[in-house]
Write a protein that binds this ligand. Structure first.
Ligand code: BG6
Length: 487
């Protein structure tokens, strides 16, 4: 019988983001965030993620003028804001050791530019962390998860403007001061690389506000500001919370060559190097030389201020975290069939099956990612998002989600192998342990949870919570520290 390699103290749990779970978008003094601008588009093909995430000055102004949540599901979330005690109790029942969550910047700083935080917002998170402490669930907090104040986006075109660094630093300092006694694990930016795929959601960049031909240039400048901000707050966290651990968070987009034709391999190498760039900067504290050469060739010039290089070099992260949902292939053949993944379009891999949204399911790719990342960085790793979006059917107050159990089981077996081969994996948080609103399509019906929430895409439903079959299965995985998947 195979034995579980999961170490004692392994951090099993789940991950959520404030803007996808909390709701309460306009109460307690909360300001509008970029997530509050995302609308649900029922008539669009769910595989067309670009169209679902399309935002421009016109749609933003429509959203700001709409004072309801009718077309904006992220404003509703799943009402975690009011039901967090019930939800935390369910997580505790599953045995969660940890919960990754984010702090809505706009609950603390409604426009991002106030000098003092909104005490109502502080109170909410304080009670949340106290309850987690009572239940023995360790928080892992993401400071920025697709929810910056929309005011900063409108005024500065988001992170393109260097002044946003100090707004973020002020917000982060308040988080460290007020929540540092509860929170030891902090992540700076969720999927910092996603700035290229959805610049508005990630960095508040409104494309039609970029000068003609300057969009790419603006994106790289904004990314640089985020790297610097990440390093600055890493320094502050280390000073203010001596036992804290600060991590970076990237989207692991594993790409295989479709064939062993050297050109396919070369194109694939390029994609994978690009995907590694973001953690490279945060782990090694400098830009990879090949990336700098590439940017130069493309005419992109990042403005570095005097101390930027020093700040990056001196404040690197303590651990590396990543999301992993799918993999894709690459090919030199322009006619190769493509399929969407997590806000990317890749070449279809004939050896893999896909979800309804086209994301290719690849457990072995998770193991390959773990081995590659550990070999590259030699820092503790955490998988902070993984899971399968699926349509669930509630039957007699439960969901028979064997497809979800299968997905997780296969991924856990690969994690187990990687640990057995020496990878230092310290935790795993599945995405959306309770159903929540999709980041990409704003659908409620794209569900990831072990807990079903009775609400549909239009916001109709009781919001009652129901345990799915996977709830009991994950509980036993945690209870046996992974052994039950081999019995
Ligand atoms: C990750 C994001 O990229 O993917 C999450 O960090 C997101 O916010 C998750 O929810 C799954 O994507 P989607 O579009 O299915 O919600």
């Amino acid at each position: 019988m195979t034995l579980s390699n999961f170490p004692d103290g392994f951090l099993w749990g789940g991950a959520v983001a404030a803007n996808q779970i909390e709701g309460g978008w306009n109460i307690g003094g909360k300001g509008l965030s970029v997530a509050d601008m995302a609308s649900y588009k029922p008539n669009l093909d769910v595989k067309n993620f670009l169209a679902h995430m399309e935002i421009n000055s016109k749609t933003i102004s429509e959203a700001i003028n709409d004072k309801t949540d009718k077309f904006y599901p992220k404003r509703r979330g799943v009402d975690f804001y009011h039901r967090y005690k019930e939800d935390l109790a369910l997580f505790a029942e599953m045995g969660f050791k940890t919960l990754r969550l984010s702090i809505a910047w706009t609950r603390l700083f409604p426009t991002g530019e106030e000098l003092e935080p909104n005490e109502n917002g502080i109170k909410f998170y304080e009670s949340l962390f106290k309850e987690m402490e009572r239940l023995n669930i360790k928080p892992i907090v993401t400071l920025s998860h697709y929810e910056m104040p929309v005011s900063l986006s409108l005024k500065y075109n988001g992170w393109v403007d260097r002044r946003v660094i100090s707004c973020f630093t002020r917000f982060s300092e308040v988080c460290f001061d007020r929540f540092g006694k509860y929170v030891k694990y902090w992540l700076t930016f969720n999927e910092i690389d996603s700035i290229h795929r959805h610049p508005f959601t990630t960095a508040g960049i409104i494309k039609d506000k970029c000068a003609a031909g300057e969009e790419e240039q603006n994106i790289y400048q904004a990314l640089h500001h985020q790297f610097v901000a990440s390093a600055i707050v890493t320094k502050i966290a280390h000073e203010k919370i001596p036992d804290s651990q600060i991590g970076c968070m990237v989207t692991k987009l594993m790409t295989y060559p479709l064939t062993c034709a050297p050109l396919d391999v070369e194109l694939t190498l390029k994609k994978n190097l690009e995907n590694n760039f973001y953690a490279d900067v945060q782990v090694f504290g400098e830009y990879p030389k090949m990336i700098l050469t590439d940017l130069k060739k493309r005419g992109i010039e990042i403005t570095f201020e005097k101390d930027d290089l020093k700040i990056l070099k001196e404040n690197t992260v303590d651990f590396v975290t990543f999301s992993y949902y799918m993999s894709m292939a690459e090919s030199a053949n322009p006619d190769a069939e493509r399929t969407p993944g997590n806000t990317v379009l890749g070449v279809k891999n004939p050896y893999l099956t896909s979800t309804e949204w086209g994301w290719q399911i690849d457990p072995k790719g998770l193991k390959i990612s773990l081995v590659e990342l550990y070999d590259r960085y030699e820092l503790p790793l955490m998988i902070v998002e993984n899971g399968m979006g699926a349509k669930d059917e509630l039957v007699e107050n439960t969901v028979h989600d064997s497809y979800r159990i299968k997905y997780f089981e296969e991924h856990f077996k690969q994690m187990n192998e990687a640990i057995g081969e020496g990878v230092e994996l310290i935790g795993y948080t599945s995405w959306g342990p309770i159903d929540l609103v999709s980041a990409g399509t704003s659908q409620m019906s794209k569900r990831y949870g072990f807990i079903y929430v009775d609400v549909d895409d239009e916001g109709n439903g009781s919001y009652n919570r129901y345990k799915k079959d996977s709830f009991y299965w994950y509980k036993s995985v945690i209870e046996t520290n992974g052994q039950c998947i081999f019995n």
